[in-house]
Design a protein around this ligand. Structure first.
Ligand SMILES: [Zn+2]
Length: 299
C-alpha cells in the first residue's frame, strides 16, 4: 500500500508510552460489534459520485502527494516491531485514518448527510481506559460508541501477522477501516438502532444481529478500500492481504483455534466466508448502500 502518499490525520491520541491505565475490575468493554442496529443506509441517496470530492487518480485533492514515496515514507512494507517502531506505526495508523476521513467525508457529502465527524484513534500498549470501560490488548481493536473513539493496541499488528497469519500493511489497514466503519455506523444512527433492538433480544438473536453489524463494518472497510484502489494507493497483493485478514478474524477460525470447535449460535462477528464476502461487496461497489447487511435474508 502506498500509505506514505496518504494524508496524515491529527485525530490520533498516542498513549503507547503512557504505560496504560489499569482496567477497573469488572469494567468490561462493550466491543464495537456487540452494541447495535438496523438499516439507515438504504434510505440514503447517492446524488453524486464521491470521486468528484476525492479527485480521480492520485491521492487527495488538496494535497497531491508525490508518486514516489519520500524518504521515510515507506510503501509496501508493513510497519513492524523494531527501533522507532512505535513512531512508524503511529505514522502508518494516522495516515490510514486520514485517508478514511477523506473518503468518508466525500461519501457523506455525496450522500447528502451531515458532515462526517472524524473519530479519534487511540493507540495504546497493554491496557487503556476508554469511555466504555477499561480494556487490555486481549480485547483486540475496538470502537467505543460512548466516546466515539477507536482503540488499538499496536501489538495487534504483530498478532495479526503471527497468530492470525495475515501479515501486510493492507491487512492492518483493513482492521483500522473496519473500526472506522463502526464509527460510520454510529454517525449514521445505525448503532443506536442496534442497541435499542438488541435489548429486546435473547443472546442467540442478539449475536445474529451483531453479526450483521460487524459484516456491515467489513463492507464499509471495503468501501474505503475501493476508493484507495481507485486513487492508485494500492499495490499488487494488497487486496489478497485484506481478504486474508477478513477471513482470519472470522468467528469460525478463531473458535477452532481457541477452543477446538465451532459454536454457531455463539458467533457474533460472522464466519470467515461472510466477512470476506461483505468486504468484497464494499471493495467492488464503493457504495455504502450496498452494505445493507440488515436487509439481507441471510447475511
Ligand atoms: Zn467490529
Amino acid at each position: 500500500m502506498r500509505w506514505g502518499d496518504m494524508r496524515r490525520s491529527d485525530n490520533v491520541d498516542d498513549r503507547q508510552g503512557a504505560g496504560g491505565a489499569r482496567p477497573s475490575p469488572g469494567g468490561g468493554v462493550r466491543l464495537s460489534g456487540i452494541g447495535i442496529v438496523i438499516a439507515v443506509i438504504a434510505a440514503l441517496v447517492f446524488g453524486v459520485d464521491p470521486m468528484q470530492f476525492l479527485g480521480s487518480g492520485g491521492p487527495a485533492v488538496q494535497a497531491p502527494a508525490p508518486r514516489t514515496p519520500a524518504p521515510g515514507a515507506p510503501s509496501g512494507g508493513a510497519p513492524s516491531a523494531g527501533t522507532a517502531a512505535t513512531d512508524v506505526r503511529k505514522d502508518f495508523a494516522s495516515r490510514v485514518v486520514g485517508d478514511t476521513e477523506d473518503v468518508w467525508s466525500a461519501l457523506f457529502q455525496a450522500m447528502g448527510v451531515d458532515r462526517y465527524p472524524p473519530t479519534t484513534l487511540t493507540l495504546y500498549r497493554g491496557s487503556v481506559r476508554s469511555g466504555c470501560g477499561g480494556a487490555t490488548s486481549a480485547a483486540g481493536p475496538f470502537y467505543c460508541p460512548a466516546d466515539a473513539r477507536v482503540y488499538l493496541d499496536t501489538s495487534f499488528f504483530d498478532e495479526l501477522a503471527r497468530r492470525f497469519g495475515a501479515p501486510g500493511d493492507f491487512a492492518q489497514a483493513y482492521v483500522i477501516a473496519h473500526e472506522v466503519g463502526h464509527h460510520v455506523q454510529n454517525a449514521l444512527g445505525t448503532m443506536r438502532m442496534f442497541d435499542r433492538e438488541a435489548q429486546r433480544l435473547d443472546e442467540r438473536r442478539r449475536n445474529a444481529l451483531s453479526i450483521r453489524l460487524e459484516l456491515q463494518a467489513d463492507c464499509y472497510a471495503g468501501v474505503w478500500g475501493h476508493f484507495a484502489q481507485r486513487r492508485n494507493l494500492l499495490e499488487p497483493g494488497d487486496l489478497e492481504e485484506g481478504l486474508r485478514a477478513a477471513s482470519a478474524v472470522g468467528d469460525d477460525p478463531i473458535m477452532k483455534r481457541t477452543q477446538g470447535y465451532v459454536v454457531p449460535d455463539a458467533m457474533n462477528h460472522g464466519t470467515a466466508e461472510q466477512r470476506m464476502r461483505w468486504f468484497k461487496v464494499g471493495l467492488a461497489s464503493g457504495d455504502p448502500r450496498k452494505c445493507d447487511t440488515f436487509a439481507a435474508a441471510q447475511p
